[in-house]
Design a binder for this molecule. Structure first.
Ligand SMILES: Cc1ncc(COP(=O)(O)O)c(C=O)c1O
Length: 379
């Protein structure tokens, strides 16, 4: 069968899709990996032990379909009930499920993407996935996969969040959008948003607001209280970044039981693997270990901010485990290669809004020192 024929078997929407591009997972040994916001510290010894102990004959059994014990523990952590919580295969799955639960595909678009020169369909709030830009680059892809419309509203040029008055004045933000996704603190800028400002936005919003707190453990404020106060607000969290569990794929969201029950309806029956559930539960039993790691990462972040600043980098204040920097002398894309030549991998995005910047994950102190040394050599 020819490739042309095979292409006709694929839904036109999927054929035209630009997929999400994850950060590189290099095969080359000895590279210092500061490109995907992974935690430089391993899971705690207790988590490793619990996970190892679970590798036995039980692997033949299906895991608990709703991650019940993990939801019980999370409910105790957040002062809510287990039916306020949905666990996903990473928070990426939670985001995808939210799009599928709350957003209607644009009629006719479920089967195809509009042609490049086609005027955009008039936005219908029920079909709208809305987010600020720059923020997590998965959001537009999730909207496209679902055949939804998207509304990308620019942040201020210093990446701060526009106030409610700004948003009303600019008339770009849709207060009736079916789903608004807000990364807080933001990625890739690292900028933290105040809970008061987020609350103001949530109160003005008619549709569902999902606050994506993937990096919140490195921030000075969190907005979990909003998910428990406002029925249309969800907060998503992940075990990937702060809890060193990217490999296990566990994320969750907290919100009103009616919204959570709706998301449960459409997820896969066994969406969270058993070892992931075990590892996440053991993590919650060992939180002081992780809180010490957060402090170490924040200390390294502050030191690196000063050291790169002294070398002429413009470093945006960060509330996350990465920093966004505008490097001096050479274009950011050249820096990417020059650092890679010195075995340091950072992230560069081609999006015009951030193409002059590099996003650098906060690694261990020795990795940060190696980065500074390489930066001095490049200059
Ligand atoms: C803002 C944001 N949200 C969610 C995620 C997804 O995390 P995970 O699927 O590993 O839980 C990421 C990962 O990079 C992220 O940057």
């Amino acid at each position: 069968m020819s490739s042309r024929h095979l292409q006709t078997l694929i839904r036109p929407l999927v054929r035209g899709l630009h997929p999400y591009v994850p950060g590189e997972q290099p095969k080359i040994k000895g590279l210092i990996k500061l490109n995907t916001n992974e935690n430089p510290y391993p899971p705690s010894p207790k988590v490793l032990e619990a996970t190892r102990a679970a590798v036995d004959g039980r692997l033949r059994l299906y895991p608990n379909p709703t991650a019940q014990l993990l939801r019980d523990k999370l409910a105790r952590l957040h002062g809510c009930r287990p039916d306020n919580i949905l666990v996903g295969n990473g928070s990426d799955e939670v985001l995808a499920l939210a799009v599928r639960t709350f957003v209607d595909p644009v009629v006719g678009q479920a089967s195809r993407l509009p042609a490049r020169d086609e005027p955009p369909a008039p936005p219908c709030s029920k079909s709208l996935v809305q987010f600020f830009t720059p923020s997590y680059s998965l959001y537009p892809v999730l909207a496209d996969i679902h055949g939804a419309a998207r509304n990308a509203v620019p942040l201020h040029s210093d990446f701060t969040l526009p106030s409610l008055a700004d948003l009303k004045r600019a008339r770009q933000w849709d207060f009736r959008a079916a789903l608004s996704l807000v990364t807080t603190p933001n990625a890739p800028s690292g900028c933290g948003y105040s809970t008061a400002q987020l609350e103001e936005l949530c109160r003005a919003q008619k549709g569902v607001v999902l606050l994506d707190e993937a990096y919140v453990n490195f921030a000075s404020e969190d907005a979990m209280s909003l998910a428990l106060k406002y029925p249309h607000v969800l907060v998503a969290r992940t075990f990937s970044k702060a809890y060193s569990l990217c490999f296990q794929r566990v994320g969750y969201c907290v919100g009103h039981p009616e919204l959570i029950a709706a998301i449960h309806k459409i997820r896969d029956s066994y969406n969270v693997n058993g070892l992931g559930q075990v590892a996440a539960m053991a993590t919650l039993d060992d939180l002081p270990h992780y809180r010490a790691n957060f402090r170490r990462i924040i200390a390294t972040r502050e030191r690196l901010t000063c050291e790169l600043g002294a070398l002429g980098f413009q470093v945006f204040p960060s509330q996350t485990n990465f920093i966004l920097v505008r490097p001096p002398k050479h274009p950011a894309k050249e820096w990417l290669q020059k650092l890679r030549d010195r075995k340091i991998l950072v992230r560069w995005f081609s999006d015009p809004l951030v193409q002059d910047y590099l996003r650098i994950t906060i690694g261990a102190p020795e990795e940060a020192a190696a980065l500074v040394k390489a930066a001095k050599a490049v200059q």
